[in-house]
Design a protein around this ligand. Structure first.
Ligand code: VGL
Ligand code: ZN
Length: 195
C-alpha cells in the first residue's frame, strides 16, 4: 500500500501569499494527476493560531531571523497560515477529496514543519499511526516547501522506516541561506529517494 503525502499546498505558500514560494502554484495540476496513482492521499495543512511562536511579529523580531526556542533554533516567519484564514486554505485548484487532512503547528509554543513530529522532535501528529494501521509502507511526498516541510516530513518518515520518495518536480522551495542544498543532502543521507 502506498500513499501520496501532499505537503502544505496552501494559499500563503503560493504567489500572492504571506510566505510565497516561487512558482508554488505551478505544481498543483501535477499533484492532482498524481493522486490517481496512489492507494491513499493525505494532505497536510500548516495551521497556526494568531500570535504563534514561529511568527516574527510575536517576538518583535525581523522576519527570517532565527531565535532560540526550548527545542532549538527556530526561523521566525511572517504571519502565515493563521487558522481559518484565506491564507491557510488550500490552493483553490488543489483536489481536496483526500482520505485524510492532517493539521500541524496549532500548538502556540511549538512549530511543526514535519507531518510526523513537531519541531521538538517528540510531539507526534498521529500520522504515523494512521499510515501504519492502514498498512501503508510506501510514501511519495510532494508540495511546499521542499527545504522545510517536505524535507522534515521526508526525513522523519524515513527514520520511522517508511520507504520514502520525494518527487522534486512536484515540489518548490524557499532556499533561505543554503537551506535547499542542505535539505537535499539531508534527505539523501536519510535514505530518501529523490525523483
Ligand atoms: C513551512 C515555514 C513555515 C512549510 C511552514 O510548509 O514549508 N515553512 N511554515
Ligand atoms: Zn508554518
Amino acid at each position: 500500500m502506498n500513499a501520496l503525502l501532499v505537503i502544505d499546498v496552501q494559499n500563503d505558500f503560493c504567489p500572492g501569499g504571506a510566505l510565497a514560494v516561487e512558482n508554488g502554484d505551478a505544481i498543483v495540476p501535477g499533484i492532482n494527476a498524481a493522486m490517481a496513482d496512489h492507494d491513499a492521499v493525505v494532505l497536510t495543512q500548516d495551521w497556526h493560531p494568531a500570535g504563534h511562536s514561529s511568527f516574527a511579529s510575536t517576538h518583535g523580531a525581523d522576519v527570517m531571523s532565527v531565535t532560540d526556542m526550548p527545542y532549538g533554533p527556530q526561523v521566525l516567519w511572517p504571519d502565515h497560515c493563521v487558522i481559518g484564514s484565506h491564507g491557510a486554505a488550500f490552493h483553490a485548484d488543489l483536489r481536496t477529496d483526500a482520505d485524510l487532512i492532517i493539521r500541524k503547528g496549532f500548538r502556540p509554543a511549538i512549530d511543526s514543519y514535519s507531518a510526523f513530529f513537531e519541531n521538538d522532535k517528540t510531539t507526534p501528529t498521529g500520522l504515523e499511526g494512521y499510515l501504519r494501521t492502514r498498512g501503508i509502507k510506501d510514501l511519495t511526498l510532494v508540495g511546499l516547501a521542499t527545504d522545510f516541510c517536505v524535507n522534515y516530513s521526508a526525513v522523519d518518515a524515513a527514520k520511522l522506516g517508511f520507504n520514502v520518495t520525494v518527487n522534486l518536480t512536484l515540489c518548490r522551495g524557499i532556499d533561505l541561506n543554503g537551506s535547499m542544498d542542505a535539505a537535499l543532502q539531508g534527505m539523501k543521507d536519510a535514505g530518501v529517494e529523490l525523483a
